[in-house]
Design a protein around this ligand. Structure first.
Ligand code: SAH
Ligand code: DHB
Ligand code: MG
Length: 222
């Protein structure tokens, strides 16, 4: 068992359950054409995020790490017409591609892509009273995951769902001696979530076309 089987099963499931969509396909094509790294969530994961947003009846969504807006489009499509999504992206080139993709998806009225280092932008979001958010998706530079989790708590209310992407890193998260700052950021974030009484947290490993990784999911307690 390994990567080739994971890819076959992902194709099997995605072909049946997550049918192709011209806008999402065009988004991935535009990202490739612009030379963006192919580290977007998978289609199956994007639909999972969308289903969570629908369960939550999310009206306000925050994303940290836009890239080309692929995960953004999946989640924003769950918003009602008066819903809003804010997505933070440090690289102007990524944000530009994302904005074009969101325009093609006819979501520009509901989604704002903010350019800047997330730790600079998050205080402004708080000061502007843009929170609390119903769903927060953390998917940017992993060494800052502990900081992003703290900010997510600040911008939450009871019932907010905080999702952290890429918490398994091909198993590296379980290596206590790992010196990779990316992995250490993930480990510190998991430990913070474990200690934090304001959330109830679990995590799920995933395998698929993009390898072995996982999501942590924290529900802010009543
Ligand atoms: N959520 C996207 C993938 C995001 S990839 C999807 O699934 O489709 C991570 C993104 O975070 C990259 O575009 C990277 O430029 C951005 N990023 C990295 N460091 C950042 C920071 N400090 N602040 C904001 N964005 C950052
Ligand atoms: C990487 C980052 C991601 O957000 C992701 O989903 C997969 C990989 C990376 O930096 O390698
Ligand atoms: Mg990710």
């Amino acid at each position: 068992m390994g990567q080739s089987q994971w890819t076959l099963v992902e194709t099997y499931l995605t072909d049946r359950l997550v049918p192709g969509d011209a806008v999402l396909e065009a988004t991935l094509a535009a990202n490739r054409a612009a030379g963006l790294p192919q580290i977007d969530v998978s289609a199956a994961q994007g639909k999972f995020l969308q289903i969570l947003a629908r369960i939550l009846s999310a009206k306000r969504i925050l994303e940290i790490g836009t890239l080309g807006g692929y995960s953004t489009i999946w989640m924003a499509r769950a918003l009602p017409p008066d819903g809003v999504m804010v997505s933070l992206e440090m690289e102007p080139r990524h944000a530009e591609v994302a904005r074009a993709n969101l325009a093609r998806a006819r979501l520009s009225d509901r989604v704002e892509v903010v350019i800047g280092a997330a730790l600079d932008v998050l205080p402004k979001i708080e000061a502007d009273g843009q929170g609390p958010f119903d769903l927060i998706f953390i998917d940017a530079d992993k060494p800052n995951n502990p900081n992003y989790f703290e900010w997510a708590l600040r911008l939450s209310r009871p019932g907010t769902l905080i999702i952290v992407d890429n918490v398994v890193r091909a198993g590296a998260v379980a290596d206590a001696n790992c010196t990779d700052p990316t992995v250490q950021g993930v480990q510190r974030c998991v430990e913070m979530m474990a200690r934090e009484p304001r959330v109830s947290t679990t995590a799920l490993q995933t395998v698929g076309a993009k390898g072995w990784d996982g999501f942590a999911v924290a529900l802010v307690q009543p």
